[in-house]
Design a protein around this ligand. Structure first.
Ligand code: ADP
Ligand code: MG
Length: 242
């Protein structure tokens, strides 16, 4: 479970981010909203990469407001997949276990298991440059899964993928989320991609959660005028940045 209680951060040249949000254990929440709204900031608060100026973060019933990222029950797949080109796939995944990863028998077993979960069994010796965009994104997911944490955060996981790979990756995420009972937060600037993956959507605007509801009703019958406008713009232009 994820609870943000007035989780606040001031960026001097930007303004205030203040989030109130509860995500039930084992549920899948999508985070949508315009560029610069604070979607990545929200994820970074949960993961512990941003020290709060106020408020509280509770994860799996424990107060994690001040704990270090490695101490939190959280894995994150970053917006850029952050694979190291000079290291093979096994080491890239193993770095999710520990930054001092070595190819021990036990560790390689964990890596093999994570690669099998994302459909990349046997990819250990490959280099990132030899992978397709979809494969690279699945390696990044394996690196998050190998940590075996109950909360998974994904920042724009579909942005670098072509249309058919988006559907494949979304199905893989959905299956994984349900099988493992993960509590999942997925950021996307293309809300329709979250259909079938997220139970609910949070619409983030100007640094706060402006609307929250079931995915279908948020998309079909937007409860906030800014959300309606945002969704309208999506239809007209599919080229804006995130
Ligand atoms: P989104 O992911 O919704 O596009 P972000 O959460 O990345 O938006 O950030 C919104 C804005 O917050 C950024 O454009 C930036 O100006 C500001 N910001 C984010 N992180 C920092 C930081 N560490 N220091 C200063 N400003 C930041
Ligand atoms: Mg972002």
């Amino acid at each position: 479970m994820i609870v943000l209680n007035g989780a606040t951060k001031h960026f001097s040249d930007y303004g205030v981010f203040a989030f109130d949000l509860t995500v039930e254990r084992g549920s899948s929440l999508g985070v949508i909203g315009p560029s610069g709204a604070g979607k990545s900031t929200l994820l970074h608060m949960v993961a512990g990469f941003i020290e709060l100026d106020g408020g509280q973060i509770v994860l799996e019933d424990a107060d994690h407001t001040h704990s270090a990222p490695a101490q939190r029950p959280v894995s994150m797949v970053f917006q850029a997949n952050n694979l190291f080109d000079h290291l093979d796939v096994a080491v890239n995944v193993g770095l999710g276990i520990t930054p001092r990863f070595r190819r021990s028998h036990q560790a390689m077993g964990q890596v093999a298991e994570a690669l099998a979960q994302v459909g990349l069994a046997g990819f250990e010796d490959r280099r990132p440059v030899s992978l397709s965009g979809g494969e690279a994104q699945r390696v990044a997911l394996a690196r998050a899964l190998v940590r075996d944490k109950p909360i998974l955060l994904l920042d724009e996981p579909f942005a670098a993928l072509g249309p058919s790979m988006r559907q494949d990756f979304s199905s893989l995420l959905s299956a994984m989320q349900k099988e493992q009972g993960l509590t999942m937060l997925t950021v996307s600037h293309a809300p329709t991609e979250l259909n079938g993956l997220c139970d609910r959507l949070a619409f983030v605007m100007d640094g706060y959660v402006a609307a929250l509801g079931e995915t279908a009703s948020m998309l079909n019958d937007p409860p906030h005028p800014a959300l309606a406008a945002y969704l309208g713009r999506r239809v007209e232009s599919s080229f804006d940045a995130h």
